[in-house]
Write a protein that binds this ligand. Structure first.
Ligand SMILES: [Mg+2]
Ligand SMILES: [Zn+2]
Length: 204
C-alpha cells in the first residue's frame, strides 16, 4: 500500500479565480511552487491525487469535454515543473436546480466535498494507505472531507485560506490540523513529518 497526498485544485495548485470558478483552460494560473510541490510529493513516495468539486458542470458553465481540456492545461503546467499528477477525481454535481444547468448533474451526491466518495474511490483504486496519507485544501469543505476519512488534513493560506466558516452557520466548522503558507510549504512538511495512523505529523 502506498500513501497519497490528496490535493484540492483551485486555491491550492492554481489560483482561485473567484466568480464562477475556472471555466476555460486560460483560467488556470498556477500558484507559485505548485508543480515543484507535486514533484516533491511523488519523489517522497506519495501518490499525487487531485480531488475537486466541479459544480460548473451541473450549472451548465462547463461541459465534461471542456473540463478535460481544463485538467489537461493544469496537468501540463504542473508537469513543466516536474509535477506529474497520478489521477484527478472530480465531482460534476450540485444539489441546486438552476435554469440553464445540466439536470443529470443537479443532484445531491456523496462525491461533492465535504462528501467523501471521491476520496473513497481513489483509496480503493490505488490501494492507498489512509493512515499515512494527507489532504491539502484551501476550503473547510476539503478539510471536512479529509477529516471524515481520518486523513491528516492541512490547510493553506492561498485561495479561501480555510476562512469559509460561513458554510457552517449552525455547527462547528472542521479545523485543519495545521496551516501552511502555500502548497509548497505544506508538502515540505509532509515529506519531513510523515503522518501516522491518521494523525498529523509531529511538531519539530
Ligand atoms: Mg479550493
Ligand atoms: Zn458529486
Amino acid at each position: 500500500m502506498r500513501p497519497a497526498i490528496f490535493f484540492d485544485c483551485d486555491g491550492v495548485l492554481n489560483q482561485e479565480p473567484g466568480g464562477h470558478g475556472v471555466l476555460v483552460p486560460d483560467d488556470i494560473r498556477l500558484i507559485p511552487g505548485a508543480g515543484a510541490a507535486v514533484r516533491a510529493a511523488r519523489e517522497a513516495g506519495y501518490l499525487a491525487i487531485i480531488v475537486t468539486n466541479r459544480a460548473q458542470v451541473a450549472k451548465g458553465f462547463v461541459s465534461l469535454a471542456g473540463l478535460e481540456t481544463i485538467f489537461g492545461r493544469l496537468r501540463q503546467l504542473l508537469a513543466e515543473d516536474g509535477g506529474i499528477v497520478d489521477a484527478i477525481y472530480f465531482c460534476p454535481h450540485h444539489p441546486e436546480r438552476t435554469s440553464g444547468g445540466a439536470p443529470d448533474f443537479q443532484i445531491a451526491c456523496e462525491c461533492r466535498k465535504p462528501g467523501t466518495l471521491l476520496l473513497r474511490r481513489a483509496i480503493a483504486d490505488f490501494d492507498i494507505d489512509v493512515a499515512r496519507s494527507v489532504l491539502i485544501g484551501d476550503s473547510l469543505r476539503d478539510i471536512g472531507a479529509g477529516r471524515a476519512m481520518g486523513l491528516a488534513s492541512y490547510g493553506v493560506r492561498t485561495g479561501f485560506a480555510c476562512r469559509d466558516v460561513e458554510r457552517y452557520p449552525d455547527r462547528a466548522p472542521p479545523v485543519p490540523e495545521r496551516m501552511f503558507a502555500d502548497v509548497g510549504a505544506a508538502v515540505a512538511f509532509c515529506v519531513t513529518h510523515p503522518a501516522k495512523h491518521g494523525q498529523a505529523g509531529l511538531p519539530d
